[in-house]
Design a protein around this ligand. Structure first.
Ligand SMILES: [Zn+2]
Ligand SMILES: [Zn+2]
Length: 144
């Protein structure tokens, strides 16, 4: 049986644990819900656009909420699912939609952000998202 890739102690036996390589406890406490290796490349394979350095750090962006025992570390989402809570639309902080992955240049620190599975991000005012389509204005733009 495989062992958790974070604590190196607990056995991982359920399917979800095996897929990410971490036990539920570690995944919950670190906010690493998916192993970085399981996320496909999101950035074109090229050096830093600013200084041309060939090495970058890739990171699953996370955020923390709350304090002390009530704090939560979770992946940062481009948006959050919204559910009804006592009749009120409420962002579900356990349901980030579109994980944000950063690529930071090891030399100059310039950082690019990419969203994993952007086509699955919900669109609407309740999610704080909208579609920006520049295809109709390209022909009349000043850079033509
Ligand atoms: Zn663990
Ligand atoms: Zn750089």
């Amino acid at each position: 049986m495989a062992t958790c890739g974070i604590c190196k102690v607990r056995k991982i036996d359920v399917n979800a644990e095996r897929m990410r390589g971490f036990c539920d406890e570690c995944s919950d406490r670190t906010g690493i819900w998916w192993s970085i290796e399981s996320i496909p490349p999101l950035r074109p394979v090229k050096p830093c656009v600013r200084c041309n350095h060939p090495q970058l750090v890739r990171s699953l962006m996370r955020e923390t909420r709350g304090y002390g025992n009530g704090s939560v570390v979770a992946p940062m989402g481009l948006a959050y699912d919204v559910t009804e809570f006592w009749g009120n639309p409420t962002a579900n902080d356990r349901a980030p939609q579109g994980a944000v992955v950063a690529y930071a240049c090891l030399q100059c620190g310039f950082t690019e952000l990419y969203t994993w599975l952007p086509h699955l991000v919900p669109i609407g005012p309740q999610f704080g998202t909208e579609i920006v389509d520049v295809s109709t204005s390209l022909d009349a733009g000043p850079f033509r």
